[in-house]
Design a protein around this ligand. Sequence first.
Ligand SMILES: O=P(O)(O)OC[C@H]1O[C@](O)(COP(=O)(O)O)[C@@H](O)[C@@H]1O
Ligand SMILES: [Mg+2]
Ligand SMILES: [Mg+2]
Length: 287
Amino acid sequence: MSEVVSAIVDVVTETAPDVRAGLTGRREYETSENPSGEQMLAADRHADELLEDRLLAIDGVASYASEEREGIVEDEESDGGLHVACDPLDGSSNLKSNNVMGTILAVYDEPLPAPGRALVAAGYVLYGPITTLVLARDDAVTEYVIDDTDEGVERRVVEEDVTIPSDPVVYGFGGRVPDWHADFEAFVREIEDELKLRYGGAMIGDVSQVMEYGGIFAYPSLESAENGKLRLQFEGNPIGYIVESAGGRSSDGERSLLDVEPDRLHQRVPVHVGNTELIERLEGALD
Ligand SMILES: O=P(O)(O)OC[C@H]1O[C@](O)(COP(=O)(O)O)[C@@H](O)[C@@H]1O
Ligand SMILES: [Mg+2]
Ligand SMILES: [Mg+2]
């Protein structure tokens, strides 16, 4: 199994420069919506198609699912194997303003929808000033730089055993303030006094700030949307797995995101991740 995970990580690494190169010229919205009812960019579809083709070609990958397609694509020839879920472009609305975006990878050893406890690896590619990959596997998190060189795509370790710094510095919370529940808003007012605001509109960019500096990111339950905005299979579970592997905590408000029972592929979940002490405080502050 670990060889299949390695093959999946290699494919995501090799695909990252193609996703990045494909962003130029794909900034326009398409007429169709994704299964969550959101407008898709041509760039979302392009990244999704690249990943689907290449990941399903791996021996030992039984199925592919993504935020951008209704159903699960199964490999007819496979008899068992791993199940890959992707958010091909997280934060794709940042493409218009040329801000950070990412690709999120989740590798499950159960058919989807699956709980986060069924993850065997998760990671994200960050298309920032440089392209990086943060990968959680076997309880450890590694950060790599991905370089597209004349000799091919190279993945270089920049930090082994990534852990969230214990002294938190930053916070970022999604959703409009009038849409927050009163208990969450009261918690935010305390946090504002202690930490610096960092919110960029791409979860993966905002979580990367928390991984680097320590702190808390949330896209909480809203008055208008009880489960917030982010999706459990493609966003909540992999981010929870990565942050917990880096020594932090994740929560839906009551329990680890990894303990949330899934009921459907595109279900949403309130997401709170960061330093353990901050997430425990948040859970205590929510009614
Ligand atoms: O525009 P808002 O409400 O701040 O939402 C931002 C959130 O939506 C997302 O962009 C949703 O992800 P997608 O771009 O993959 O749909 C998150 O990355 C981000 O945290
Ligand atoms: Mg996303
Ligand atoms: Mg997306």
